[in-house]
Design a protein around this ligand. Structure first.
Ligand code: G
Ligand code: MN
Length: 468
């Protein structure tokens, strides 16, 4: 394998040399044995003495050659062992071990590249590393090569985005060391590339989320969509729910999760609330605006004195508390809300019926409005148990002096069933989808939904669905 090429090549000349030396010494010993015999018979002539000295020298050569041979054998064994260790590491490592020349051409690739990028290692030999990068990283890789050649060093934990064979992008972290020739000139680099660990990915995701949320907070880059809420009896809009929308098209749930993950939940909640609140004065006198608020926003994020001091028509404001969130301190929530409610603001419990805490929220907070979650509405026409639950909520609301709004109404049949069960207000795609289009808002305030619903009901009589 290429990681080991240099070492394997150097073996044979040494072997040859040792063999030559051993044969040479053995021959010299054999040829000069007669001189030894002459010497032992008492011949001390110069030629005999020299021949015997040469014999001694040949013996020294033989011993040295044997020593070299032994050490060579030991080295070969060690190299063979190292070879196997490296081969095993390359074969079993989930990292991608690689070598490339200074022109980015791949000269070796381990099996790790199969899992990481979906390529066959042999197919990569001779290809340029640059081709495997996503386009935005090609320039960076070229700059890194120039810099590493100048600094005569490799690189450490550099992250690039690579093109997987299936077309997706994969971030790998790479570390390398230079490969030098006999003169010390860098002829390439070898190293490893590995995927980011889960915690690194998470860390990065949080950092990205934080920078996205911070940008929205800095520029107030949030839009408010309104969705009409219609009186089931008169068919007229009585108000609208404000829903945060973001300009990158990602859903509000994702954005609020980003904000939670990056510790900015309260800030984003506050921005959404205050942006929505600005719409209230633009709406007709007879309508209210229902704004979602987390319990934390109410207790720690809203400036109640500011709400009381400014010209906020609190009698036209509804604060919706989601049912999904655990409320740790009902008393505090109650206390913070009290002055606002005294000045006319109403409290709605959102998503009632969707989770465990619904009735306890309702009982503890005594809302003015109970909003029934759309999960209860979806099969209301066919599920008697759900109808009973809605009836129970309607009765509870009667006792509490609250009104009931059904959310997520999508069909005329659902609307008819809910009206029959005594629900006061209706909200859902059937009446109107959430929109940021102000012209549509204006049309809602004068629209007669009764007429429209009746028409749809007639044209769908017997049908279960009439999705707009
Ligand atoms: O829980 P809350 O009321 O805040 O949820 C409002 C969400 O429900 C919004 O994102 C809105 O787009 C969505 N929504 C409103 N009406 C309907 C509907 O009729 N059907 C469905 N599937 N979603 C709705
Ligand atoms: Mn809501």
């Amino acid at each position: 394998m290429a990681f080991r090429k240099g070492l394997s090549r150097s073996r044979s000349p040494w072997q040859l040399l040792v063999t030559v030396l051993v044969v040479d010494a053995a021959l010299a010993l054999t040829i000069r044995l007669d001189a030894l015999a002459r010497f032992s018979r008492g011949d001390r002539s110069l030629s005999t003495v020299l021949a015997v000295a040469g014999l001694g020298w040949s013996a020294v050569v033989l011993v040295v050659a044997c020593g070299m041979g032994r050490s060579l054998t030991r080295t070969r064994r060690r190299l063979h062992h190292d070879d196997q260790v490296i081969a095993a590491a390359a074969a079993t490592s989930s990292d991608w071990l690689w070598e490339a020349d200074t022109h980015h051409r791949i000269t070796y690739s381990s099996n790790g590249v199969r899992d990481l990028l979906g390529y066959v290692p042999e197919d990569l030999i001779g290809r340029s590393t640059l081709e495997l990068l996503t386009p935005e990283y090609m320039g960076e890789a070229e700059r890194l090569m120039v810099h590493s050649l100048a600094a005569k060093s490799g690189w450490n934990r550099v992250e690039f985005s690579w093109r997987h064979a299936d077309g997706s992008a994969v971030t790998l972290q790479g570390t390398s060391a230079p490969i030098t020739d006999a003169n010390g000139t860098i002829v390439g680099f070898r190293g490893t590339r590995r995927p980011l660990t889960t915690s690194m990915v998470e860390e990065r995701a949080v950092a990205a989320a934080k920078s996205r949320v911070t940008a929205v907070l800095d520029d107030h880059r949030i839009d408010i969509a309104l969705q009409p809420i219609v009186d089931a009896g008169t068919g007229r809009a009585v108000g609208a729910e404000a829903l945060a929308r973001f300009r990158d098209g990602r859903g509000p749930d994702q954005w609020f999760r980003d904000a939670r993950d990056s510790g900015l939940a309260l800030d984003l909640d506050r921005l959404a609330f205050n942006t929505a609140l600005q719409l209230l004065p633009t709406m007709p006198e007879h309508t209210y605006l229902s704004i979602n608020a987390s319990p934390d926003l109410i207790t720690d994020g809203l400036s109640v004195p500011a709400l009381l001091a400014h010209d906020v028509p609190l009698h036209r404001l509804v604060i919706e508390i989601t049912e999904h969130v655990q409320i740790s301190d009902y008393t505090r929530l109650h206390d913070v809300l009290a002055p606002l409610r005294e000045h006319g603001a109403r409290l709605a419990i959102d998503d009632t019926g969707a989770g465990y805490a619904s009735l306890s929220h309702v009982l503890q907070l005594r809302p003015d409005i109970i909003k029934i979650d759309r999960s209860l509405i979806a099969t209301i026409s066919t599920d008697p148990a759900r109808r009973s639950l809605v009836t129970a909520i309607v009765l509870l609301a009667l006792d509490l002096g609250a009104s009931v709004t059904a959310e997520g109404i999508e069909t005329a049949t659902e609307q008819e069933t809910l009206t029959t069960l005594g629900v006061d207000n209706l909200q859902g795609y059937l009446l109107g989808r959430p929109t940021i289009d102000r012209q549509q808002w204006t049309r809602w305030w004068t629209r007669d939904w009764q007429h429209r619903i009746a028409q749809q009901g007639a044209s769908n009589s017997g049908a279960q669905t009439a999705r707009p």
